[in-house]
Structure formats: structure tokens, C-alpha cells
Design a protein around this ligand. Structure first.
Ligand code: BYC
Length: 323
């Protein structure tokens, strides 16, 4: 627990916290915060960090199979960016007193979640493009408002992450545009990938608002700025014209423009499937966690070496201070 969070609240500290939130100012690690605020942030930031790290797997599988050196280099860079996002986010969680090794243990033991979307298989190279377009597109809808999240280190991490996510989305869309200009077989691959990823992408925004236990509290604290359903609607409105431009059909017979509302109407994702995937029963959950566990175990010597190096440096610094 951070020193600030551990202090007794007292009316001054609590009202200062409430005033900071209501004036749209930032809470910083040194500030007093309610324990629920701290634990909610750790939960959300850790889940987000885990999603970035697990999210390297579905696309990473295509690095060795990318069709050209250029596409390989692009995919390599994107997957590396995701590792970077995970690291910023773990650092943001550390400012709240979380321990990175403990968070990793929780992920591997299934005690902390990561995004449902990364439990679906990447069956063709078109999936790489559709992940960029849909998954990074959904991430942008969800995460741009998080740049105004009330917790400073999280909001600042989001600024950089969102810039990179925008770039990722455009690379996915450009890849798909190229495939759509290719052969019939390539166009079919793109449509097939769109069919498989559309509904899981809508599920990324979480359960519907009336079944979202954390939303009200998180929005009152301005950790979250918009509800799950609102962000899902924004994503649909943003994506439909892009699909038309690309020349693919989104697999939803209920999808149509509603003139009166000024938004698209669309079908309901299968939220029972979302619950199943979140509970560990998606198509790739076991494989994703197993691979993460193996990577963590194989990396033990690197962590030990880094720890020994840091201890040596600290000892040297102490000796120099005494001399
Ligand atoms: N998958 O009360 P709710 C990325 C959980 S990374 C799994 O609505 P909340 C990218 C939720 O945690 C994408 N779990 O929760 C990476 C809660 O469980 P607990 C990740 C989900 O927190 C690489 C329970 O269901 N993005 O974009 O208010 C390459 C009830 O839900 C999901 C973030 O993490 C789900 N889809 O709202 C490319 C963004 N949905 O913890 C791209 C930050 C819900 O109570 N996170 N759950 O046991 C958020 O904005 C919010 O945490 C969520 C959920 C909207 C995801």
C-alpha cells in the first residue's frame, strides 16, 4: 500500500480528493486516495497491462509467416509496441503500490483478467489486418477518453499508447486495402476475418451497462469517462463507413443507420459467450496462459541477472557515498 493511501482519511484529505475529482484535476501518487479508488485502478490498469502482453501472442504467430520483409518488419514493430504499452501500464500500477511480480503471478494463476479478444485464434494473415482495424480501433475508442482519466500516471501513459494505437489501426486498414485490391481469394480471406472478429470486437467494451458492476463507481471517480454501451456505439458508428470504403460486409443483419437518433442501430453481441471467454473457457485461453507462463519461467534468469546488477550498482553507490 502507498504511504498516501494508508494514511487515515480525515475530513480534509477526503474533501481534497473529492474536490480534485470534481474540478477535473489529477490525483497523483503522493495524494491521499480512498482504498476503493486505489484498488479499482490497480484492477483496471493491471487488466489492461496483461491484455497488452497477452495481445502480443495472436499477432506474434504471424511474424515468421508475414508475406514480405516489409510486412514482417511492420508486424514486428507493432508487437514490440504492445510490449512497451504493457510495461508503461505495469509502471503506472506500481505507482499505486502494486508489485509487478505479484501482478504477473495473478495473471498466470487466473486471478486477474485480460481482454477477452485475445482468446480467439488468428487463422489467416488477413486476421492481422482485421486485428489492427477492429481491435486497435476499439482500443482507440476505449482509450482516448482514458487520457483524461483522473489518475495522473494512467492518463499520461494513455497519451503515448493512443498515439501508437492510431498508427496500428491505420497499418491494419492499409494492409486490408492492399488485400482487397488483390485476388478473389484474398478478398474472401478479408471477409472471413471480418466475419470472425466483428462480434468479439464489440465484446471488448465489456458487458452491457445494466450488467456492469464497476461502471457507476469508476465513472463517478472519473477513472472511466464513458459507459461500455456508449463506447460500443461510438465504435460501430466509426467503423461502418470504413467497412463500406473497404468493400466488406459487417456480419450483422440488424445494422442500419437510424436517421432519428443520428447513430447506427445494431444487433446485440452474445454476452453469454463473453462471460464464458472471461471465465477462461474461450477457444485459446489455456494456450495463451500456458505460453505466458512458459515465457515467464524462461525469463527467470534475466530477472535474476538484472536484480544482481541493480544490487551491485546500489552497493557501489553506497561505497562511493561513504568514501
Ligand atoms: N475482457 O464492470 P465491468 C488492447 C470484466 S488491450 C475481459 O464493465 P470495467 C490491445 C471486468 O474486468 C484491451 N474482461 O468492468 C492490446 C470486470 O471484472 P472484474 C484492454 C472483461 O472495468 C494489444 C467484469 O468483467 N483494454 O486494446 O468497469 C493489441 C465486469 O465488467 C471485459 C483495457 O483494458 C473484456 N472484454 O469495464 C491491440 C482498457 N469486459 O475485474 C489492442 C481499460 C469486462 O470486476 N479497461 N470485463 O473481476 C476498461 O476500459 C475497462 O476495464 C473495461 C471493463 C471497459 C474493459
Amino acid at each position: 500500500m502507498t504511504e498516501a493511501a494508508g494514511r487515515d482519511a480525515g475530513p480534509d484529505l477526503e474533501s481534497h480528493f473529492e474536490a480534485t475529482i470534481s474540478h477535473d484535476q489529477r490525483i497523483e501518487p503522493r495524494d491521499w486516495m480512498p482504498e476503493g479508488y486505489r484498488s479499482t485502478l490497480i484492477r483496471q490498469i493491471a487488466q489492461h497491462a496483461h491484455s497488452e502482453i497477452i495481445g502480443m501472442q495472436p499477432e506474434g504467430e504471424w511474424i515468421t509467416k508475414a508475406p514480405s520483409l516489409r510486412r514482417k518488419a511492420i508486424l514486428f514493430a507493432k508487437v514490440q509496441d504492445e510490449a512497451g504499452h504493457g510495461l508503461y501500464l505495469y509502471s503506472a500500477a506500481e505507482t499505486l503500490g502494486a508489485d509487478r511480480a505479484d501482478l504477473t503471478e495473478r495473471l498466470i494463476e487466473g486471478r486477474q483478467k485480460y481482454s477477452s479478444i485475445f482468446n480467439y485464434p488468428t487463422l489467416s494473415y488477413a486476421d492481422v489486418g482485421v486485428i489492427g482495424w477492429f481491435v486497435d480501433g476499439a482500443a482507440i475508442c476505449n482509450q482516448v477518453p482514458l487520457c483524461r482519466s483522473s489518475y495522473g500516471p494512467y492518463a499520461r501513459a494513455m497519451v503515448r499508447i493512443c498515439k501508437e494505437e492510431s498508427f496500428h489501426q491505420r497499418q491494419g486498414y492499409e494492409l486490408l486495402m492492399t488485400m482487397m485490391r488483390g485476388t478473389d481469394a484474398q478478398r474472401e480471406m478479408v471477409q472471413d476475418a471480418v466475419n470472425r472478429w466483428w462480434w468479439p470486437s464489440l465484446m471488448m467494451f465489456g458487458p452491457p451497462d445494466d450488467d456492469s458492476p464497476n461502471s457507476a463507481r469508476s465513472m463517478a471517480w472519473k477513472i472511466k469517462r464513458h459507459s461500455n454501451d456508449e463506447l460500443r456505439r461510438r465504435f460501430v458508428d466509426m467503423t461502418v463507413p470504413q467497412a463500406a470504403r473497404l468493400g466488406v460486409t459487417l456480419p450483422d443483419p440488424e445494422l442500419r443507420w437510424n436517421e432519428e437518433r443520428g447513430h447506427h442501430d445494431f444487433g446485440t453481441p452474445d454476452f453469454t459467450e463473453l462471460k464464458e471467454v472471461i471465465s477462461g473457457n474461450g477457444p485459446c485461453n489455456a494456450q495463451r496462459i500456458e505460453r505466458r507462463r512458459a515465457a515467464h519461467e524462461e525469463g527467470a534468469w534475466v530477472r535474476a541477472a538484472a536484480g544482481a546488477h541493480a544490487a551491485k550498482q546500489a552497493a557501489r553507490a553506497r561505497e562511493e557515498a561513504v568514501a
